[in-house]
Design a protein around this ligand. Structure first.
Ligand SMILES: [Zn+2]
Length: 143
């Protein structure tokens, strides 16, 4: 449950980024729609400041929205890369452990009974008390 929650963490900044970005763009459009009258007009200053205000809010919100999208992409990449790295490290450790066990035991592995995890079916390494695949506790075999 916790794992699937973590891998969908990138959706939150994506949604927030899109919403804020859309509000920002609407402000920019609003600023753009204000047409200034001639400078001699009485409401020139009012419209000019109004337009600057919409423009400023629009730019800030657009940047925040863009930042949300970047944050989302970064989270997505980091989550996926972290998973891949974790898996690679896990596989490497398992492989080296097997090789090391083979060397230390003088490659007598063929004579030994192989144990498999009853939860996920992974091969249990010699001397291990827990499964390397799912982490379940494994009872040591009787000799
Ligand atoms: Zn297992």
């Amino acid at each position: 449950m916790e794992k699937s929650k973590k891998s969908f963490l990138w959706v939150i900044p994506l949604i927030i980024g899109i919403i804020i970005g859309c509000i920002g763009i609407s402000y920019l459009a609003r600023a753009n729609s204000i047409s200034l009258p001639s400078m001699s007009s009485s409401d020139w200053f009012y419209l000019k400041s109004e337009r600057s205000r919409y423009l400023a809010i629009g730019i800030v919100l657009s940047i925040v929205g863009l930042f949300g999208l970047i944050l989302s992409a970064t989270t997505f990449i980091l989550t996926n890369t972290a998973k891949k790295v974790k898996n690679t490290v896990k596989t490497t450790i398992t492989t080296s452990q097997t090789i090391l066990t083979n060397i230390l035991s003088g490659k007598k592995e063929d004579n030994k009974v192989k144990r498999y995890c009853s939860y996920c079916g992974s091969l249990i390494e010699e001397g291990m008390s827990s499964c390397s695949g799912c982490g379940a506790k494994v009872f040591k075999e009787n000799k």
